[in-house]
Design a protein around this ligand. Structure first.
Ligand SMILES: Nc1ncnc2c1ncn2[C@@H]1O[C@H](COP(=O)(O)OP(=O)(O)O)[C@@H](O)[C@H]1O
Ligand SMILES: [Mg+2]
Length: 261
């Protein structure tokens, strides 16, 4: 009997050691994956920045030069060259559209406005562009006179904002999105809520929801928190909280209504 008990005890101890080993191993793998995700994200960010720069500088400039040439041609054509005039006018239109596409592509890849003017301006600018493109109404509440946010944090907040708006347009069937930014007790809280059909549990838990996983990883890399849920009264709500490196005191909100131009 005693011998049996001893065997059981030893087995239980062995199991404990085995479980602890497995847990440490899982933790190590988890950490490795986190590091890999962070690394991938920064590589992707760098690459996007590089391509955006080349698109804007090289292709954008070449098209602008081409447009000037077509304008030059148009000026030299007489009413007798009606057919040529029509052709050249068509070329100019196509070049204009291409310049616009390149601008929007390059900003989508890397919003240089974020580096130049900061988070609030970049969010307002992107919001306006989003409203014009999708017809979805956006209400953005950003604290007035917000102190400059560290660029890595600004980048993460902007990317989450961008991905959430894209999802609201692609999946939610929403007609309006509201975004609130607040800084309280050294933390930046951002809430993005749409009035669409509401995210499904399946989509929330799916390993294929790469956009959502990327959002989470970005926020976690700043030791932040992220919650995605169906909002009260329908729609989807995304809440993130990111600690700010410097302590900033609480601010009141200001509603900035974006007018579609
Ligand atoms: N705002 C939303 N409203 C409804 N469903 C959503 C919303 N955002 C995301 N989803 C669902 O979650 C899925 C995963 O989103 P995401 O990870 O961004 O991937 P993707 O946009 O490439 O499909 C979407 O395919 C969609 O089914
Ligand atoms: Mg998406």
């Amino acid at each position: 009997m005693k011998a049996n008990q001893r065997t059981n005890n030893t087995q239980a101890k062995d199991n404990e050691v085995f479980c602890a080993g497995r847990e440490a191993e899982l933790q190590r793998l988890n950490e490795q994956l986190r590091n890999l995700a962070a690394r991938l994200q920064s590589v992707q960010e760098e690459e996007s920045k590089r391509i955006a720069g080349r698109l804007h500088d090289e292709l954008g400039q070449a098209l602008t030069a081409l447009k000037m040439d077509v304008i030059w041609l148009l000026k030299r054509l007489t009413p007798a060259d009606a057919e040529l005039q029509e052709k050249a006018a068509g070329m100019k239109e196509l070049i204009d559209r291409s310049i616009k596409t390149i601008r929007s592509l390059s900003t989508e890849l890397h919003p240089s406005i974020l580096d130049d003017l900061g988070l609030a301006a970049a969010m307002q600018w992107y919001g306006k562009e989003f409203e014009q493109r999708t017809g979805i109404r956006l209400q953005l509440a950003y604290p007035p006179a917000e102190a400059a946010v560290e660029s890595a944090v600004a980048n993460t907040v902007f990317r989450v904002f961008q991905a959430a708006l894209t999802n609201a347009a692609q999946h939610a069937g929403a007609s309006a999105v509201s975004v609130t930014v607040q800084t309280v007790d050294g933390r930046m809280d951002v809430t993005i809520r749409d009035n669409g059909r509401g995210i499904s549990l399946e989509a929330l838990q799916s390993a294929r929801s790469i956009g959502l996983i990327q959002m989470r990883e970005r926020v976690f890399s700043h030791n932040g928190t992220l919650e995605i849920q169906r909002a009260d009264g329908g729609g989807t709500e995304i809440k993130i909280g990111i600690p700010l490196p410097l302590h900033s005191k609480s601010t009141t909100k200001a509603i900035v209504d974006l007018d579609v131009e």
